[in-house]
Design a binder for this molecule. Sequence first.
Ligand code: 8DG
Ligand code: MG
Length: 200
Amino acid sequence: MSTAATPAVATATATAAATSAPRVGVGVLAVRHGSSSVLVSLRKSRHGRGEWALPGGHLELGESPVECARRELEEETGVGVGREGSEGGRLVATENCVFRADGTSDAGGAWAPPGEERAAEPSGGAIRAHYITLFVRFDEPSPGAWPVPQDREPEKHSPFEFVEWEELRGGASPSSSKYAPLFGPLRMLVEKHGSLDQLR
Ligand code: 8DG
Ligand code: MG
């Protein structure tokens, strides 16, 4: 047992490319009316290329999480959500995601209080990026209220499509799921929440 508990950040090696501090990302849960489907697409940018992710982006200076979510959803899919009512947006979850040099990601946190055993250091290598993700949920207020999502940033991701939460979780056969792998923050969220009803 180790008694000298040291914060993980003090021992992990950050690559030159990694930012010196965690950044804030926003992931948008855009839920189709009367379903458990959310918008996802396959990422083409270097960070998370080939992984399925929610619409989203960086929280900009002075923005609220809900404003950021509304802006990113509109920019990336053309779906505009109102400021009032049930679709108005709620912060429903957060995740802490550390992206490693080998392409894996984890929840970080090998720290333990003095006298308690530290968790093993994650094995994925140096830190490439570290994001706190704020997940904001919008609900389509009535059937067909939202326009069909547009492919507005084809260089950054595949066209967005609605996919059932159960399917994102891997459905009956996770190994053959079309929607794998998931981008780190979404993978963490999906692993913790068996249904979208738990994210209200
Ligand atoms: P921006 O720089 O214009 O704000 O964003 P973007 O051009 O849309 O880039 P992005 O890669 O989609 O988003 C920027 C970062 O936001 C991404 O590299 C990591 C972070 N991020 C999270 N969670 C999520 C998520 O669920 N979806 C998306 N798209 N990005 C997320 O931390
Ligand atoms: Mg984006």
